[in-house]
Write a protein that binds this ligand. Structure first.
Ligand code: SF4
Length: 253
């Protein structure tokens, strides 16, 4: 692994991981806030329970910590209302970034507003324009981002470390304080700290993204089954945390 000196030498990375190995999420977040200057670190959340927990913990440690979310332009109205709820709850602002309007106009003009239903590639292209690219731009100015990624969310995320070098974003640090947490621990934190949860959880959603690409799940379904539910043979990823893999349908069935 090539790690630039601007963030970590390999030796520093090994030392930092060793120091965080037995730490809880609070310790991990405190370490990140201490290790990186305030203008060089940011909490990124899609406003799902995990990211909100990380933001809540970080705000408790540093009330002015940067907290950022992406408005893809296709979010459910409930998510916009929830954003207002969180602003009120925390008594502070949340940065909202957007896709490049020219890129979206070009894409929808050529392929239509709902191109993501046409093919896996169109869906991945849409996710790239609306989520991946805006985040890439936002992370240009920081050395560290904190996410709500958990190992238990999916097979693709099972190998997530508490501290990673993000080779998809200039080798900056990516901190996943909840990597070792279960979903129940996340829900317990929200209850215990009286943090409002996204209202769609109460309607049977277990993973929440854009309105046309997310539905509630039935009992027994995988928690991410409601994301891009029409797809077969494609990882339930948008590309922010893990590169989606498109598996030939014959092999996937
Ligand atoms: Fe586009 Fe759907 Fe991805 Fe949102 S989740 S960016 S609407 S494909």
């Amino acid at each position: 692994m090539t790690v630039p000196d601007t963030v970590f030498t390999e030796e520093q990375l090994v030392q930092a991981r060793a120091g965080l190995r037995d730490g809880d999420a609070h310790d991990v977040i405190a370490w990140a806030l201490e290790r990186f200057p305030a203008d060089r670190r940011v909490v990124v959340t899609g406003l799902q329970a995990e990211g909100v927990v990380v933001a809540d913990m970080a705000i408790a440690l540093d009330p002015s910590v940067r907290v950022l979310t992406i408005d893809t332009g296709r979010l459910p109205e409930a998510t916009h209302r929830y954003l207002d709820t969180l602003r009120d709850h925390w008594g502070r602002g949340i940065e909202v970034i957007h896709p490049d309007s020219d890129e979206i106009q070009s894409f929808t003009s050529e392929h239509g507003a709902n191109a993501f239903y046409a093919s896996a590639q169109r869906r991945l292209d849409c996710c790239h324009l609306r989520k991946v690219a805006p985040l890439e731009r936002a992370l240009l100015d920081v050395d560290c981002w904190l996410s709500g990624l958990r190992r238990g969310q999916s097979a693709q995320r099972a190998g997530a470390e508490v501290l990673e070098i993000d080779d998809r974003h200039r080798n900056i640090a990516k901190v996943n304080p909840l990597a070792r947490w279960s979903g129940e621990t996340v829900r317990g934190y929200l209850r215990e700290h009286a943090v409002p949860a996204h209202p769609l959880y109460a309607e049977g959603y277990t993973s929440i993204g854009c309105a046309p690409c997310t539905r509630a799940v039935s009992a027994g379904e995988h928690p991410r089954a409601g994301r891009w539910w029409w797809e077969r043979g494609v990882d339930k990823e948008c590309g922010i945390h893990a590169l989606p893999v498109v598996v030939p349908l014959a092999a996937a069935s």
